[in-house]
Design a protein around this ligand. Structure first.
Ligand SMILES: O=C(O)CCC(=O)C(=O)O
Ligand SMILES: [Fe+2]
Length: 344
């Protein structure tokens, strides 16, 4: 795996290929809020902002997420997706994008270019914490406890990263970005975790390079992605797709459309997709990914930029403001584009 120093970077970030690696050891979840130093949040924030301003993607290492949680994710994902289709269908996602099982071919993230070849389950924080009876605990015991832990961890890390970004972007108000997420894990906010399950390419006769999750951007604030070691994740860069190869114990973070708008385009929301890998050994395997999508509140206006310390920047950003667009509206537009209606 090509690991190389990006020589000109003042914080000597390492990278995998051209994707930067940000070491979060001075800010990770192994430290309590009281142990955190502002200077460390600021330095990490600068590194993150540098990366997000160009590629829109980073690998985050030393996040402090307990590896045991990911082992549990693997066990639960295998157990749930290996159930009979009729059992999983009882939890099928229909009208709401926030919660439920998504069977093979029910989404085309690549806007109809080719049907996605994977299954998934979305769990929004409001369902997990306030309506736990919705969860498939009857067919997959332990899934409620696991989702609670995963969501709580995702939230803690996402809040730290918001603090880092606020400092790294030099935003005027400490809480402006966080204030777009006042209803996190409650009614009025669809922040969710997703378990993605890609069946073995060989068993399903899918050839190397076949798209299994079409090219798309994420819609929310940012995404924390835990991929296993099978590979196939790619991101768009200068008109091509480049590999985001698995890096052990690293979380891939990418910016979503909402933070792209809130930062007036400074932080990039890049297209990404998943393809079948080249190597036969990898094609045999089932691929998993576990995702925490941080989203703004439904009613948060996402196309009016956050205030920066730099007044000149604000003046430029606030020229010709478009009609306010809230996150709920953006989601309903996007959902209509990717959802494949159920066959009669
Ligand atoms: O499975 C992956 O690695 C990517 C998943 C993804 O991009 C998504 O669920 O939005
Ligand atoms: Fe995505």
């Amino acid at each position: 795996m090509a690991r190389q120093a990006v020589a000109e970077n003042r914080f000597s970030i390492m990278s995998v290929g051209i994707i930067p690696v940000v070491d979060y050891k001075s800010c990770g979840l192994h430290l309590s809020d009281q142990q955190l130093k502002k200077e460390d949040l600021y330095n990490a924030g600068k590194e993150l902002v540098d990366a997000f301003s160009t590629l829109g993607f980073v690998y985050l290492t030393n996040s402090g997420v307990d590896p045991q949680l990911l082992a549990e994710a693997r066990e639960i994902t295998n157990r749930f997706f290996r159930l009979q289709s009729s059992q999983k269908q009882r939890y099928s996602m229909e009208e709401s994008i926030a919660f439920g099982y998504i069977g093979l071919g029910r989404e085309e993230a690549g806007y109809g270019e080719v049907g996605d070849f994977k299954e998934a389950f979305n769990f929004d924080g409001n369902s997990v914490f306030n309506h736990p009876n919705k969860l498939p605990e009857d067919i997959c015991p332990g899934i409620l406890d696991f989702t609670k832990k995963f969501m709580a961890t995702g939230r803690k890390l996402a809040e730290r990263i918001m603090d880092s970004l606020t400092m790294g972007m030099e935003l005027k108000e400490e809480s402006d970005l966080k204030n777009c997420h006042r209803n996190l894990h409650n009614e009025g906010n669809i922040t969710q975790m997703r378990l993605n399950y890609y069946g073995s390419a060989i068993d399903n006769n899918l050839k190397a390079g076949r798209v299994r999750l079409g090219a798309h951007t994420d819609w929310g604030t940012f995404t924390l992605l835990f991929q296993d070691n099978v590979g196939g994740l790619q991101l768009e860069h200068n008109g091509d797709f480049i590999d985001a190869v698995p890096l052990q114990n690293a979380i891939v973070i990418n910016i979503g459309d909402s933070l792209n708008l809130l930062s007036c385009g400074q932080l990039k929301s890049k297209e990404h997709r998943v393809v079948v890998p080249e190597e036969e050994v990898r094609q045999k395997l089932t691929r998993h990914s576990y995702v925490y999508f941080l989203s703004p509140d439904d009613d948060a206006v996402i196309n009016h930029p956050l205030l920066y310390k730099d007044e000149e920047k604000n003046e430029k950003n606030f020229k010709n403001l478009p009609c306010p667009l809230n996150f709920e509206k953006l989601c309903s537009q996007k959902f209509a584009e990717i959802h494949v209606p159920k066959q009669a």
